[in-house]
Design a protein around this ligand. Structure first.
Ligand code: FPP
Ligand code: MG
Ligand code: MG
Length: 357
């Protein structure tokens, strides 16, 4: 996909805004109890905020649909001032609400990471020790709950019931996706349909619904909000498919987390499911969750012999292309600035399939 899509420097478009959002999150996650603050803010420390793909996507969607020029530097600075009041009557009220959704999205995301690292018994994340490793499982779970609570308060303060329902449904989806992954029947474990459904629930739903929420808060019609959702859905699917590939072909140093972690957790992702069509031995290994001594090594060697990774990348690329098509269907851009943000969305979608981290 990257061939036809021009490069856009996303950081110059939304870098400042992302910094402000991270700064605000660091304020929001201050707890009454110091040990709770320490674990809740762990992955929001400067430099370890991660790629922030989710908030980038929704901020760019917001701008791509907006009529306004972000050209006036004074206006820009005013808009970027961290405003800790949950509700404001400023003229830029709409943009502020979209920024709030970005914060809520990142807080929900990190809450799931804290819980996920407990479930996966993971020791590293974003190149740091995981919260469970540093402070123990109980603290990590409570810190995740705390972030969800803070996200809920921020969500209620937006006073938009439709957005509230969308984002609360995301939380339900995340839990369902995780449950589908950890509690599956033998038949489900070998099913690509089951895998795609789970991938929607655990990854794409958050990106789709946060993009949709940003569009609704921008007062766009349902049809336009649906295109924003489609973009997020396909970006999310592509993102997770690539994540599952990187677990096989990535390096733990560039990923900041261990490799072959899915196999080690007994989970067969798309590369294994495609590979098992060429190497039927993988079916047995998958059904017994790569549990026996040497299973993980054997499975990874078998996958490497097949086109499993290549086929997964092809599915990821087709989702990236569909994300780009959703942008092409946005209503006519009302400013040069929103045109640039559309190119940025296209570039973001195409770069997801070439990422190594
Ligand atoms: C990362 O997956 C995990 C998720 C995207 C979702 C996890 C959801 C839960 C733990 C349910 C709890 C939900 C809430 C709302 C707190 P992964 O293990 O495949 O990715 P990784 O390689 O980054 O660890
Ligand atoms: Mg994990
Ligand atoms: Mg997990």
């Amino acid at each position: 996909t990257s061939g036809q899509v021009p490069y856009v420097d996303i950081e110059t478009l939304i870098g400042d805004e992302k910094s402000c959002i991270s700064e605000r999150i660091r304020h929001i996650v201050q707890a009454e109890v110091p040990s709770l603050t320490r674990s809740a803010e762990h992955f929001f420390q400067p430099g370890v905020e991660g790629k922030r793909v989710r908030s980038s996507a929704l901020l760019l969607v917001s701008s791509a649909l907006s009529a306004g020029e972000m050209g006036d530097p004074d206006k820009c600075r005013e808009l970027l001032k961290p405003d800790l009041r949950p509700y404001s009557e400023y003229p830029e009220e709409v943009r502020r609400k979209q920024q709030r959704i970005a914060e809520i999205t990142e807080m929900i995301h990190v809450a799931t990471l804290l819980h996920d690292d407990v479930l996966d018994d993971a020791e590293t994340r974003r190149g740091l020790n995981s919260v469970n490793k540093m402070f123990g499982n109980k603290t990590a779970i409570l810190a995740g709950d705390f972030l969800l609570a803070k996200a809920s308060v921020a969500l209620a303060a937006l006073r938009n019931t439709e957005v509230l329902i969308l984002m609360a449904t995301v939380i339900e989806n995340l839990v369902s996706g995780e449950m589908m992954q950890s509690r599956s029947s033998q038949e489900e474990r070998m099913s690509l349909d089951y895998y795609y459904r789970k991938t929607f629930l655990k990854t794409a739903s958050l990106i789709a619904n946060s993009c949709k929420s940003a569009a609704l808060l921008g007062n766009h019609e349902e049809e336009v909000a649906q295109l924003a959702s489609d973009y997020g859905y396909h970006l999310g699917m592509a993102f997770q498919l690539v994540d599952d590939v990187l677990d096989f072909v990535g390096s733990s140093s560039s990923l900041g987390k261990p490799t072959f972690s899915d196999l080690k957790s007994g989970i067969a992702t798309a590369p294994v499911l495609f590979a098992s069509l060429e190497e039927p031995q993988l079916v047995d290994l998958t059904l017994r969750k790569f549990r026996y001594e040497g299973d993980v090594e054997m499975a990874s060697r078998l996958v490497a012999k097949t086109s499993g990774v290549k086929k997964t990348m092809a599915v990821a690329e087709s989702h990236a292309m569909k994300a780009i098509k959703a942008v092409d269907m946005f209503p006519t851009a009302e400013s040069k600035y929103s045109e640039v943000c559309r190119d940025a969305l296209r570039y973001l979608a195409s770069s997801v399939t070439s990422r190594r981290t």
